[in-house]
Ligand binder design. Structure first.
Ligand SMILES: [Zn+2]
Length: 268
């Protein structure tokens, strides 16, 4: 049972943020309860999906090597403490791979620059996640809208993030997630030049090989995502239904943008 996704089948890439019973108000909408997360991972297991790391999926798509049956990615942005406390035991129980994208200036400890929305991981917890097989990716240093930054600041946000994760873990991160999902050709180039080999956006679409390594789409899991909607998300059905009108409207623009974006669709 291998090979389907490398032939072009779309892959659900789930985007989570906080996993917490009582998150800070600013983190509430994009959070899930520990119970909802456990139920969602049970659905992933029951339906025969095989969670991979971001680097694992990208490497298979880059090299054309076979993927397991029904590949899926579980990703967490920002680096909330609940990912260690609540999500890690569930992931370990299922032996699921995952990726945590950390904003290095938000994590607790010596690089903390303030501005985090809720209680974040400390570096000992990040190392425990990494030791358990979770890929640690970059999510900028201070979580700005990267497409709004000048060249120097853009370089700092991508490079400094990569350096800190490398210094703390002993291995430089290879995957990146754009804060707020915002990117542009310039941002994608900066992320590549900082040393990241692939990056995830937010598009409420399944990821496809043809999107290219710096524009892989994710689907958002929210506090309001019920089990039925979650099933539709991972099966790619809610997306087709809920976003069809949006897509028709923006199709012309998206196609033009894709044609202009040299990094988009180019696997290196
Ligand atoms: Zn974020």
């Amino acid at each position: 049972m291998t090979g389907t996704a490398s032939d072009g089948a779309p892959v659900p890439v789930l985007m989570y943020h906080a996993v917490d019973r009582d998150p800070a108000p600013a983190a509430l909408g994009l959070s899930v309860t520990p119970e909802a997360f456990a139920a969602q991972m049970a659905v992933v297991a029951e339906r025969g999906f095989t969670p991979l790391t971001t680097a694992g999926l990208a490497a298979a798509w880059r090299d054309g090597t076979p993927l397991p049956a029904r590949p899926l990615l579980v990703t967490f942005d920002d680096g909330y403490e609940g990912v260690h406390r609540h999500a890690l035991p569930v992931l370990a129980k299922h032996s699921f791979a995952s990726t945590v994208f950390v904003s290095t200036g938000w994590l607790r400890g010596k690089h903390d620059g303030g501005g985090a929305l809720d209680t974040m991981l400390d570096w000992a917890q990040v190392r425990e996640l990494a030791d358990a097989g979770t890929e640690i990716g970059g999510h900028s240093h201070s979580h700005p809208q990267l497409d709004q930054l000048d060249a120097g600041r853009l370089r700092f946000e991508t490079l400094h993030c990569r350096e800190i994760v490398g210094e703390e873990l002993g291995t430089a991160p290879v995957s990146f997630a754009y804060p707020y999902g915002y990117s542009s050709r310039r941002v994608r180039r900066a992320v590549r030049e900082a040393g990241f080999a692939q990056a995830l956006a937010v598009g409420n679409a399944l990821a496809r090989r043809r999107q290219g390594p710096y524009a892989l789409e994710r689907v958002t899991v929210r506090r309001s995502t019920g089990t039925e909607e979650f099933v539709r998300l991972i099966e790619g059905r809610a997306i087709a239904r809920n976003f069809a009108a949006d897509r028709a409207m923006t199709k012309g623009y998206a196609l033009a943008r894709r044609a202009r974006g040299a990094l988009r669709g180019h696997w290196i």
